[in-house]
Design a protein around this ligand. Structure first.
Ligand SMILES: Nc1ncnc2c1ncn2[C@@H]1O[C@H](COP(=O)(O)OP(=O)(O)OP(=O)(O)O)[C@@H](O)[C@H]1O
Length: 263
């Protein structure tokens, strides 16, 4: 569904994305991980067509991404950006309905109203439906924004969902709920690409993980293949221990003790 082939992107003399290739199939959740400044958001912007690669190609559903009209792309691809501030006030249900704007002209149809309600229920925000978005906490706002982007592609078979750090500002319960939701969307046939900072959430919920460092691909593959002490050290410059717990069929990491902690 998404084919990325040897893409490069520079800003001035800085190479922000340097020869990256990978693919994502329908039904898969891809997690992109890497240290601050590794190029994760830049890569997501390239996938969203917010910026264009200088060389290499990105195809979606077997068509070059540049061949789509933006209004057509918006019907089956939605994007949760990192920052979502609003300068004017909207009720929560109005904001979630904005996700449906690519699908109707003047008035929402019954289907749009049904989808907004279903998504608000699934994301646990129905109790805020009539609240002013700007009065919500940061974590509550994040859940509303997620509901908006899911509403956008809710009835699109094999829709594409791009998430830039969706668990930002959420407490542990909601971080997990967001990942469970992303996983269940993938299980329904969506293609989900998410930047994550939590390696353990990536390991537990993603089908594949792409590890970036300084715009380059360090590793791409199943969590068991790529979550290794060597790769984590290379990407994050930190020694970790790998844990294997029978309850989770994936590697989990904890930072190893630093010399300064040893007494
Ligand atoms: N327009 C630009 N000109 C020069 N450098 C840029 C530009 N945009 C981004 N960068 C740099 O490119 C690098 C990658 O940025 P990017 O935002 O993609 O990183 P990231 O992996 O998403 O980081 P974080 O985890 O901190 O959000 C950073 O060092 C950033 O400062």
């Amino acid at each position: 569904m998404i084919e990325v082939n040897n893409i490069h992107y520079s800003a001035g003399s800085a190479k922000l994305i340097d020869g990256i290739s990978f693919n994502v199939q329908p039904g898969e959740l891809l997690a992109i991980i890497g240290a601050n400044g590794a190029g994760k958001s830049t890569l997501l912007k390239l996938l969203c067509r917010e910026i264009q690669a200088s060389t290499g190609s990105i195809s979606i559903r077997d068509q070059p991404i540049g061949a789509y009209k933006l209004e057509n792309l918006a019907k089956f691809r939605s994007v949760l950006a990192q920052s979502n501030t609003l300068s004017i006030s909207f009720k929560v249900h109005e904001l979630v309905m904005m996700g449906r704007y690519p699908h109707f002209d003047n008035q929402p149809k019954d289907n749009d109203i049904r989808i907004v309600k279903a998504v608000m229920d699934e994301t646990g925000i129905s109790e805020f439906a009539n609240r002013d978005y700007n009065t919500l906490s940061g974590g509550e706002q994040q859940r509303v924004q997620l509901a908006r982007v899911i509403a956008q592609i809710y009835d699109q078979p094999q829709g594409l969902l791009f998430l830039d750090e969706p668990t930002n500002g959420l407490d542990l319960l909601y971080q997990q709920q967001i990942l469970v939701l992303a996983r269940s969307l993938a299980n329904r046939g969506y293609c989900v690409v998410s930047i994550l900072h939590d390696i353990n959430f990536a390991s537990r919920y993603a089908d594949n993980i792409l590890i970036l460092k300084k715009g380059k691909r360090i590793a791409f593959g199943r969590p068991r293949e790529v979550i290794t002490q060597e790769n984590i050290y290379q990407a994050f410059n930190i020694q970790v221990r790998l844990l294997n717990d029978d309850a989770f069929n994936c590697p989990l990491v904890i930072p190893a003790m630093m010399v300064s902690e040893q007494v």
